[in-house]
Design a protein. Structure first.
Length: 286
């Protein structure tokens, strides 16, 4: 029988293993979310290039006539072209969203298995890779397809709103430029472009594409993490886990909402919703 010192050492070692599993899961989750953001921004960047091409065409036309004289024909032509570009952007974003939701949920299930292995759950201690893959497939096959559809459709709706606002913002900027006599290069600068460098993005100023980039990034990251968390919670329910412990990132970026939750234990069905851009996670309580 273990004495108190041996049990304390064992508990401490297990706590380290749990923290290691959680950190590994968070890094893997965040890498997956980063990849999804890159996909979204790649499509947004292509749309920005198409808009820039339209602006350059108008600039050539304006060189032949006064910019104000062209305003009616340019506005009508621009509206049609911008609508076509943003509809294509929306279609490109829609493709693959369901697959991304399913991938996020499967990753959440896998992370749940890793946590139970670290907790030395009798059914998952020392689990083999083959058995882990089988458990992921089994759990995913039992998921409510309506829940997957909801998460996918919700993300499609949110990103669809971004493309609608993007089209409106571009057309509004061009219209205001025409009415106030701004040059085409000035209008182009106000429309902006996608900026992937974090420091450059912070200093990019307020542009139409900067606003869309910020929203699309936040939505993609938040919804990817939501699907991941749902997959893990569904796995927990599948294996009978009833309670989870909330864990924050424990750094200077931890917000006032999440900080008081760190270490708190919740019923599996009463876990607080993550806020947009949230980085917290939960771990099973046996």
């Amino acid at each position: 029988m273990q004495n108190i010192a041996e049990r304390t050492m064992s508990d401490t070692e297990q706590a380290k293993q749990i923290r290691k599993a959680v950190e590994k899961a968070v890094k893997r989750r965040d890498r997956y979310a980063d990849d999804r953001v890159k996909d979204v921004l790649q499509s947004l960047d292509a749309a920005a290039d198409d808009v820039a091409k339209q602006i350059r065409r108008f600039e050539k036309k304006a060189a032949l006539k006064d910019w104000q004289e062209l305003r009616l024909s340019i506005l009508k032509e621009t509206e049609n072209e911008i609508d076509a570009i943003t509809k294509e952007l929306q279609a490109s974003w829609k493709v693959g969203i369901r697959a991304n939701v399913e991938g996020s949920m499967k990753l959440g299930i896998e992370d749940g298995i890793d946590q139970l292995e670290a907790l030395e759950h009798p059914d998952f201690a020392g689990i083999s890779d083959k058995a882990k893959r089988a458990a992921i497939t089994k759990t995913f096959s039992t998921l409510d397809r309506a829940a997957i559809d909801f998460l996918a459709n919700y993300q499609v709706q949110l990103l669809g709103d971004v493309t609608t606002e993007l089209a409106a913002g571009i057309k509004r900027t061009i219209t205001q430029g025409v009415l106030t006599g701004k040059s085409i290069p000035e209008v182009a600068r106000e429309i902006g472009k996608v900026v992937t460098d974090k420091n450059a993005f912070k200093n990019a100023g307020k542009t139409v594409f900067r606003s869309s980039q910020h929203r699309a990034t936040l939505i993609t990251r938040t919804e990817t993490l939501r699907a991941h968390n749902e997959g893990r919670k569904m796995f927990y329910r599948e294996v009978g886990i009833q309670k989870v412990k909330w864990l924050t990132a424990q750094d200077e970026r931890t917000c006032p909402i999440c900080a008081p939750r760190d270490g708190k234990i919740y019923d599996i069905d009463k876990v607080p919703d993550e806020h947009p851009g949230g980085r917290c996670t939960v771990v099973a309580v046996l």
